[in-house]
Design a protein around this ligand. Sequence first.
Ligand SMILES: [Cu+2]
Length: 122
Amino acid sequence: MKSIHKLLVAITLLLSVTFANAQNKNTVTETVKINGNCGMCKQIIETAAAKNKTAKVNWNADTKMATVTYNPKKTSLDQILKSIADAGYDNEKFTAEDAVYEQLHGCCQYERELKAEPKTSK
Ligand SMILES: [Cu+2]
């Protein structure tokens, strides 16, 4: 059993390296900050980005940082981050509509530190 397990691990590693190489040809990877709280946020963020089929986002709930991999000929970081903001998540470039943010699950209503300071009334 043990050797089979090792073999499987080796195959998986090999495949993921091959996949990464194939992806690298036409894609760029950038790291951006996206606000959020939990695993549910992760799912929403990554699904929002995947709508745009040319992008892959991997968001880390601990660091609030996401690696965004995409093909610049097919999409742009702006486009991807816009769709994430549309799903309710503030990020480096775009902020979510308040109404969308309020629709998020209670545990997902993150601290909106990236949103511009509300103008103070005079
Ligand atoms: Cu959440």
